[in-house]
Design a protein around this ligand. Structure first.
Ligand code: NSS
Length: 436
């Protein structure tokens, strides 16, 4: 058998003039005169394979005529450069073997399907070119994030998923029956991360977080992937620098990678948009945001958290990510450190993606003082008993520290210019969907 190769390698220009074998799924087929055009997909890419009647046996030509979509096949032929072929290369087929013939009637046809149909058939829809591209970018995004964090001295740390105390408020906790008591699914690794910095120093995680979000929006999942970072001896400005450096590195790595760059372009994101993003990102205060909104005729009261309408309006004014800092203590969770110069606001920062997308990270400086933490727990009507071990951290070797959490799907949605967060993950969990 000629050498078995990956389609991505053919598309990168290797193997021109050589005979190769590819193995994959029949993505599509059309015939015209004496030629079959077979689109073959192998998980690394899709390539056009032409089959001319006079180049193969009559039997093989007949097999190709009757083959069903999504059948698994092995195909051999010579690679040619051809700018009429999608991707610029094609295989001139000399042999074709069907490994498993798919049933007739693959549910996803070449016609418009509504979002519910595609979500019901998500196990098949993830084979689409669009989903392939997004999932590849997502994988490369996380690889680049790990690279940056590892190169900069961060240690990966894993926090539990089953927990007993809320980090981001009780309203969005999923409760789980834990033998004869109640437990919850984690909303964030943060409280455990604050314990772990005294063991490992600078740390990060990439893990799922859960929120029982009751609203149906284009930017909320009930299960999302959270890239979180926690750093001892770090203040608000320090953590914003880490965020902008890390995100810039990731974006530039994506653009430098020919496959990711091609995927971005095909999804409607010109790679150069990402290449011009460089630190420092603009920083505006919450107070300035309130003024901008009201000046623009959007009535917004100081003290509230920014919602979708406000963020959308604001982010349309920017073409790179920017920080909103110093949110009021009434709009932020109990662990945020009040600004010593102005205790009604916190040393917090959210990073907002431009072009109408909005918040992609949340974070800031944490309270390190025991009494201040006790006071904030009380102010938020939380039970100190539930936070006993977390409070302990302020008794034994407390330290100024900061951290943030980046929503992976929100960030991917912005990078790939998606209109809904559900397409940034293979099997989205939404208020009305846990299947398939
Ligand atoms: O609630 S956050 O703003 N902050 C935290 O959870 C901190 N405890 C993180 C930390 O400092 N370690 O959530 C962080 C990010 C937020 O900016 C979004 O990008 C994302 O997590 N996020 C979500 N993505 C998708 N769906 C939902 N429901 C969601 N909630 C938050």
């Amino acid at each position: 058998m000629p050498q078995l190769v990956e389609i991505s390698q053919i598309l990168s220009g290797k193997y021109v003039g050589e005979e190769v074998t590819v193995r994959g799924w029949l993505h599509n087929r059309r015939s015209s005169g004496g030629i079959h055009f077979l689109m073959v997909r192998d998980g690394t890419g899709v390539i056009q394979c032409t089959m001319k009647k006079d180049r193969v046996s009559a039997e093989t030509f007949e097999v190709a005529k009757k083959i069903t979509m999504e059948s698994t096949i092995e195909l051999t032929g010579v690679v040619r450069e051809d700018n009429r072929a999608p991707g610029g290369y094609e295989i001139q087929t000399s042999d074709l073997r069907v490994i498993y013939r798919a049933e007739e009637g693959f549910p996803i046809a070449k016609k418009y399907h509504g979002p519910d149909f595609l979500l019901d058939n998500r196990h098949l829809w993830i084979r689409s070119q669009k989903m392939q591209r997004i999932l590849r970018i997502r994988a490369r995004f996380l690889k680049a994030a790990r690279e940056w964090l590892d190169q900069n001295g961060f240690t990966e740390f894993h926090a539990p998923t089953l927990i007993t105390a809320a980090c981001e408020g009780g309203a969005t906790l999923f409760s789980v029956k834990y033998f004869d008591r109640e437990a919850y699914l984690t909303q964030s690794w943060q409280l455990y991360a604050e314990a772990a910095i005294a063991s490992l120093g600078k740390i990060y995680t990439i893990a799922p977080s859960f929120r029982a979000e009751k609203s149906r929006t284009r930017r909320h999942l009930t299960e999302f992937w959270h890239l979180e970072v926690e750093v001892p001896w770090c203040d608000l400005e320090g953590i914003m620098r880490i965020e902008e450096e890390m995100l810039t590195y990731i974006l530039h790595r994506l653009v430098e990678d020919p496959i990711a760059a091609r995927d971005l372009g095909a999804l409607g994101r010109p790679p150069k948009d990402l290449l011009r993003i460089e630190p420092p990102f603009p920083r505006i205060t919450y107070d300035e945001v309130v003024k901008i909104l009201n000046d623009d005729g959007i009535r917004f009261e100081w003290g509230n958290d920014l919602g979708w309408v406000e963020e959308k309006h604001l982010t349309l004014k920017f073409d790179k990510p920017f920080f909103v800092t110093h949110y009021p203590r009434s709009a932020k969770a109990f662990y945020h450190k009040p600004d010593p110069k102005r205790p009604e606001v916190t040393l917090s920062a959210d990073l907002l993606a431009p072009e109408g997308y909005g918040e992609i990270t949340g974070g800031g400086q944490r309270i390190e003082d025991l009494n201040e933490l006790l006071e904030r727990i009380k102010e938020n009507n939380l039970n100190p008993e539930d936070y006993k071990w977390y409070i302990d951290l302020r008794r034994y070797g407390t330290v100024p520290h900061s951290g943030f959490g980046l929503g992976v799907e929100r960030t991917i949605a912005w990078i790939c210019k998606l209109s809904h967060i559900r397409d940034a993950i293979a099997f989205p969990r939404l208020i009305n969907r846990v299947y398939p």
